[in-house]
Design a protein. Structure first.
Length: 100
């Protein structure tokens, strides 16, 4: 599902809830890395979100978000890829891995 399509299928309340979850990070230019990581996990708990969606929610640039957070968190097993067989797919999305 494309980034645009996800926003289309979410209700206004769901969209507002995601932006509210991200607000503390989005409003801070220099957020603590642990806080950013925790917020990414919370945002990805119920939805696959693309780097563009996460960047919009967190007010961060996509390259920095991918390099500093998404790739390391995926390697650590905290996030899973929507398309694991195609990691460089332009519409790649991330979801939190369920805790055991």
């Amino acid at each position: 599902m494309s980034s645009r399509k996800l926003w289309e299928v979410l209700s206004l309340e769901e969209q507002q809830a995601l932006f509210q979850q991200a607000k503390a990070i989005a409003d801070t230019q220099r957020a603590r890395p642990e806080a950013v990581r925790q917020t990414i996990l919370e945002l990805c708990r119920h939805y696959y979100l693309t780097v563009d969606q996460l960047a919009a929610l967190l007010s961060r640039n996509t390259a920095g978000l991918r390099d500093r957070y998404l790739t390391p968190m995926t390697k650590e097993g905290l996030l899973r890829l929507r398309y694991p067989e195609s990691p460089n797919r332009p519409d790649q999305a991330y979801a939190a891995v369920d805790e055991p």
